[in-house]
Design a binder for this molecule. Structure first.
Ligand SMILES: [Fe+2]
Length: 227
């Protein structure tokens, strides 16, 4: 568990995509103004990490920010059965039936945690269904799969994968999103709206934290120009 900035911590791990492909990933933890703990993109947390969460808040707020980062919600919920869970509305119907009646629509997160987050729903890409979170107290922009920021050294299979999706050694959106987008113009507008936000750092679920917002802005601008 490492600090990123005041009140924000992260836990890094590696996700396997099959066929030998892997990506670095992170779970981001936010100390909420209520004193509770927000867990964004729960991952395969170690026992040490679980104990850290337990100590901070035995009833944490678990947030699945898109339709892909929900795989470890169940494990986390089993450990923390009084946790509150937010996720994209279609998630229970499409991928995780057990969340029916358990999960709260992430569209309500901003209303529920007004002092903590400004939520920006990314439209035009229902398969991704991502909501970006601006953490108001620290001005940290937290995105999930909207941007990769992965640098070498890295395993050769990762290098191959990132070269294919145009995100090798630089902050870039994976071309996978471009290939699967439903409404390109709407998606582009949503992504570009992030650039108008007042943020000091950007945290993606994949790759290095962007401590200079220019990295995110340049990466997103370049990605949108090829969308
Ligand atoms: Fe991801």
């Amino acid at each position: 568990m490492k600090p990123i900035t005041d009140g924000i911590f992260h836990d890094e791990f590696t996700v396997s995509l099959g066929l030998g492909f892997t990506l670095p990933a992170r779970t981001t933890f936010v100390r909420l103004s209520s004193g509770k703990l927000g867990v964004i993109s729960p991952g395969p947390q170690s026992e040490e990490s679980m104990k850290w969460i337990e100590q901070k808040d035995p009833e944490p707020v678990l947030i699945a920010p898109n339709m892909f980062h929900h795989l470890y919600l169940k494990k986390m919920y089993e450990r923390f059965p009084k946790a509150k869970i937010y996720g994209p509305k279609p998630l229970p119907r499409v991928k995780q039936p057990w969340l029916e009646g358990v999960m709260t629509d992430i569209d309500l997160l901003q209303e529920d945690l007004k002092a903590d987050f400004q939520c920006i729903r990314i439209e035009g890409h229902p398969a991704l269904g991502e909501t970006a979170l601006l953490h108001r107290p620290t001005k940290a922009l937290i995105v999930t799969d909207l941007m990769f920021n992965i640098f070498e050294p890295m395993p050769v299979m990762r290098e191959i994968l990132l070269k294919i999706v145009g995100a090798y050694n630089k902050p870039r959106q994976s071309k996978l999103l471009k290939w699967t987008v439903k409404d390109k113009q709407v998606f582009k507008q949503s992504c570009q709206s992030l650039l108008d936000l007042d943020f000091d750092l950007a945290i993606s679920a994949h790759g290095d934290v962007m401590m200079d917002p220019k990295e995110f802005i340049e990466g997103m601008t370049a990605s949108m120009s090829r969308l």
